[in-house]
Design a binder for this molecule. Structure first.
Ligand code: PGA
Length: 244
C-alpha cells in the first residue's frame, strides 16, 4: 500500500487527477472504474481542467461505473448516470459508447446485475479503479457483510447508507432507493491499480480500521489491504488516526 497524505482536499484532488492523467497518458485505452459521491468531485473537476488546459484526452478510454441505484429513471437527477454526466462525461471527450453503468433503471434488476457482471467479466481486469469509502467501510455499494467473491451484485442498502445519501434526495422530497447494483469486491480486487480516496474527519476511524485492523467481510474496504498496487489518498483529517 502506498499512502499519500495531502494538506487539504484541493491538494488531494490535484494529486489524484495527476495519477489518473499519468495512467491515461501511458495507456490511452485505459479501462477506468469510477465512483460517485462527494469525494471524487474535486478529482473530476481537476480532470476537466486537465482536459481543457493540457489536452488530456479520454477519447479512447472505457469507463465502468461502480454502482447505480435500482428503480430511478436513467435521467433522474439523483441517478449515478446523471451524476457521471453532470460532473465528468459531459465536459471531456469520453466516448458514450464506452461508458458503462449498471442499468438500475431496467425492469428486472436481477437481469441488469447479471448483464453488468458479464460485461465486467469480459473487460477484466480494469486498469485503474478509483474508490471512495462510506463511513461504514463500504466501497461502491458493497455494504458490510457483502461476500468478496462476486463480480457484481444486487444489494440492499443499509439504513446508514440511505441516511447518508438522503441529503441528495431532499430536493426531490423522495426516499433513497432501497436497492442498488454494484461492482463486486472480486472485480475491484482484480483491478491492476486501485486508488482509494478519503477526506475529512468523519472518515478517519473507518480508514484506520480498513487499513490497520485485520481484514474482515464486515469492513469491505479491508479487502484491498494486500492489493499489489494500492494507492491510498487521504487528507490530513482522514489520516489523523493512522499509526504511521
Ligand atoms: P462520499 O460517499 O464520497 O459522499 O463520502 C462515499 C461512499 O459512500 O462511498
Amino acid at each position: 500500500m502506498n499512502l499519500h497524505i495531502y494538506e487539504n482536499d484541493t491538494a488531494l484532488a490535484r494529486g489524484a487527477a495527476g495519477m489518473v492523467a499519468d495512467a491515461l497518458r501511458s495507456n490511452p485505452t485505459l479501462k477506468l472504474g469510477l465512483p460517485t459521491g462527494s469525494t471524487p468531485l474535486g478529482l473530476y473537476s481537476q480532470l476537466i481542467h486537465l482536459h481543457h488546459t493540457e489536452a488530456l484526452s479520454f477519447a479512447q478510454a472505457s469507463f465502468f461505473n461502480l454502482d447505480e441505484y435500482v428503480g430511478l429513471p436513467r435521467n433522474h437527477p439523483q441517478s449515478f448516470n446523471t451524476y457521471m454526466h453532470r460532473y465528468l462525461y459531459n465536459f471531456v471527450d469520453a466516448n458514450e459508447e464506452r461508458i458503462y453503468i449498471p442499468r438500475g433503471w431496467a425492469e428486472d434488476p436481477a437481469e441488469a446485475t447479471q448483464e453488468y457482471a458479464t460485461l465486467l467479466a469480459q473487460h477484466q481486469p480494469l486498469d485503474l479503479l478509483v474508490l471512495g469509502i462510506g463511513t461504514n467501510g463500504h466501497i461502491g455499494f458493497c455494504e458490510p457483510g457483502t461476500p468478496w467473491d462476486k463480480i457484481c451484485c444486487l444489494v440492499e442498502l443499509l439504513p446508514e447508507t440511505r441516511e447518508a445519501n438522503a441529503r441528495h434526495f431532499a430536493e426531490e422530497s423522495q426516499e433513497v432507493p432501497r436497492l442498488a447494483i454494484t461492482m463486486g469486491i472480486a472485480a475491484m480486487r482484480q483491478a491492476r491499480q486501485v486508488m482509494l480516496l478519503a477526506m475529512g474527519s468523519d472518515k478517519a476511524e473507518i480508514i484506520r480500521q480498513a487499513l490497520q485492523e485485520p481484514q474482515t467481510v464486515d469492513l469491505p474496504a479491508s479487502a484491498l489491504q494486500f492489493h499489489t498496487n494500492f494507492q491510498v489518498l487521504l487528507d490530513q483529517k482522514a489520516a489523523a488516526l493512522l499509526q504511521l
